[in-house]
Design a binder for this molecule. Structure first.
Ligand SMILES: N[C@@H](CCC(=O)N[C@@H](CS)C(=O)NCC(=O)O)C(=O)O
Length: 220
């Protein structure tokens, strides 16, 4: 029986991008279903993720897997063992998971505050976002990818935020390229992969969305 793989998604979501990249890295054919996440969640989404009611949800032969980092690990364990995303060494695997968690705890909230807040909170958000990226740049060092020569789990976790860079820079008057040149070099390297290039939206489209929703929030 043919496998059925459905991804409930929303185009600007960095979490959705992780799942898209991982599926494409593994060469899995999937049915991408765009959700109207802000205004009209589908009955399928509510049924498949009744706890959080959020995308992404991967539905594999009718069974849902939720939460982007868990989805990427599920994809890694289910398909393409010859091209693993997570390292085989348990300690290196633990480190990759630690840093992916750091991305969600530091870079995500910083980026959200730099996007949605104003005044001091916006400035603090921008600082947190850039500080987090600098820490990640230190972790990258001189390697091609976070795991060394191979594109892997931590690259998948962080690269979606590259699609936010132009918007964060424009809304906050900063240059991430000047602050983190090696990290931007890494991001450009990742963008040469088809899996990544196909999964990240255009940075100007993300800017339009962010600046539009920012104006709406400020008008409230
Ligand atoms: N921790 C979740 C976060 C997922 C998430 O926040 N998804 C957003 C879209 S970017 C969503 O579905 N929001 C709908 C809502 O909050 O109601 C993950 O890693 O998958």
């Amino acid at each position: 029986m043919a496998e059925e793989v459905i991804l409930l998604d929303f185009w600007p979501s960095p979490f959705g991008m992780r799942a898209r990249i991982a599926l494409r890295e593994k060469g899995v054919h999937f049915d991408l279903r765009e959700e109207e996440i802000l205004s009209n969640k589908s009955p399928l989404l509510l049924q498949m993720n009744p706890i959080h009611k959020k995308i992404p949800v991967l539905i594999h032969n009718g069974k849902p897997v939720c939460e982007s980092q868990i989805i990427v690990q599920y994809i890694d364990e289910t398909w393409g063992p010859e091209s693993p995303l997570l390292p085989s060494d348990p300690y290196e695997r633990a480190c990759a998971r630690f840093w992916a968690d750091y991305v969600d705890k530091k870079i995500l909230p910083g980026g959200l505050a730099a996007w949605r807040s104003t005044g001091e909170d916006q400035e603090a958000g921008k600082k947190e976002f850039i500080e987090g990226l600098k820490v990640m740049e230190g972790e990258l060092g001189d390697k091609a990818y976070f795991g060394g020569e191979r594109f892997g789990f931590l690259d998948v976790s962080l690269i979606p935020f590259y699609s936010w860079f132009y918007a964060i820079e424009t809304l906050n008057g900063c240059s991430i390229g000047e602050e983190c040149p090696k990290l931007v070099g890494w991001a450009k390297r990742c963008m040469q992969r088809e899996s990544v290039a196909k999964s990240l939206p255009n940075q100007h489209k993300v800017y339009d969305l962010m600046s539009g929703s920012r104006k709406k929030l400020q008008a409230q």
